[in-house]
Write a protein that binds this ligand. Structure first.
Ligand SMILES: [Zn+2]
Length: 323
């Protein structure tokens, strides 16, 4: 059964004028002026082909994506939309089984059994896997794996978990400068328990090594955007600049709710939550409507591309500029 709206349909709908948000990011100049990735050219080309009749689009997208963004282009493998689709449809709706499902997903995308760490705290257990870099600086990429009581938690937040796993796969294939820590947080819905436990366990003197935290929470309903009320200003502006420079359809305007980035922000660590919500999201989240059927593949795939560009940019940022 087709449960995910077609990628072509969504991209065609959204790839009008990308909505630019915020002021120019003067204070993160060197991050912003970093040489653009060749992926931009690919995004421009993608925009062009979106004007082709829809029946020609889907095969083109799938023919073009794998070859045009590999190796020398972005220096890492970029997943095809279909790879995300199969992981989205592999959702486990039982809250008790989700941590194991995340472990399985990370293993599927390259993590060895010994590489996936259970971060067990008093009230909550997170899962983490690292990609070591050459500098002591760390970038945390996170997504909560728990769901609210109602529904299947497909948008909120299996979508974020799927993006997390694919970002891990892409970064793992590179030799990053910074150490990337991918974390699946538990019990976010009960008050950000997993992320709070993690940041509370970071010794104060080590906080300076935490360059940035990128949180992925709830994709599948619209263009990517930043949850600004749960994010720090400079990282928000960097995210907006990355979207603008890469012609990523981007939105702004939703400032409701909270997420795990707030736990990092409260300790002075630059943090941003990315999401892909729009329209009547409040009728879907935390309701019986949050199932696989609600997930739009195009939204999740755009969120993945955007997050990949952002974390790749962060790897070459001067961390002091983000504070
Ligand atoms: Zn959530």
């Amino acid at each position: 059964m087709e449960t995910v709206v077609s990628l072509a349909e969504t991209l065609a709908r959204w790839t009008g004028a990308a909505q630019e948000g915020g002021e120019p990011a003067d204070s993160v100049e060197s991050c912003v002026s970093h040489p653009r990735f060749v992926m931009m050219r690919w995004m421009g080309f993608l925009k062009t082909i979106l004007f082709l009749p829809r029946w020609r689009l889907l095969p083109l997208v799938f023919l073009i994506l794998p070859g045009s963004v590999s190796g020398q282009n972005v220096g890492m493998p970029v997943a095809e939309a279909n790879a995300l689709r199969s992981d989205l449809t592999g959702i486990v709706c039982d809250n008790e089984m989700r941590r194991q499902a995340v472990r399985d997903l990370l293993a599927k995308h390259g993590a060895g059994e010994h590489e996936i760490t259970s971060m067990a705290y008093k009230k909550v257990t997170n899962l983490a896997v690292e990609v070591p870099g050459t500098s002591p600086e760390r970038v945390v990429v996170g997504a909560h794996y728990d769901k609210s009581r109602r529904g299947c938690g497909a948008i909120d937040n299996w979508s974020g978990i799927v993006i997390l796993a694919h970002l891990y796969k892409a970064i793992r294939a590179t030799k990053p400068n910074k150490t990337f820590v991918f974390v699946a947080f538990g019990r976010e819905e009960e008050g950000l328990l997993g992320s709070k436990a993690m940041v509370d366990a970071i010794p104060k003197e080590e906080r300076a090594n935490y360059c940035a935290m990128v949180n992925l929470d709830s994709f599948g309903m619209g263009r990517p955007q930043v949850l600004e009320n749960a994010s720090t200003g400079k990282l928000t502006r960097l995210a907006q600049a990355v979207a603008r420079e890469n012609d990523i359809p981007f939105a702004s305007g939703i400032a409701a709710g909270n997420s795990d980035s707030s736990s990092f922000r409260s300790k002075g660590i630059p943090a941003v939550t990315l999401h892909g919500l729009a329209g009547r999201f409040s009728e879907v989240l935390h309701s019986s409507a949050d199932t696989e059927r609600a997930v739009n593949l195009g939204s999740v795939y755009l969120g993945y591309q955007f997050a990949l560009l952002l974390v790749q940019r962060l790897d070459s940022c001067d961390c002091s500029e983000l504070r």
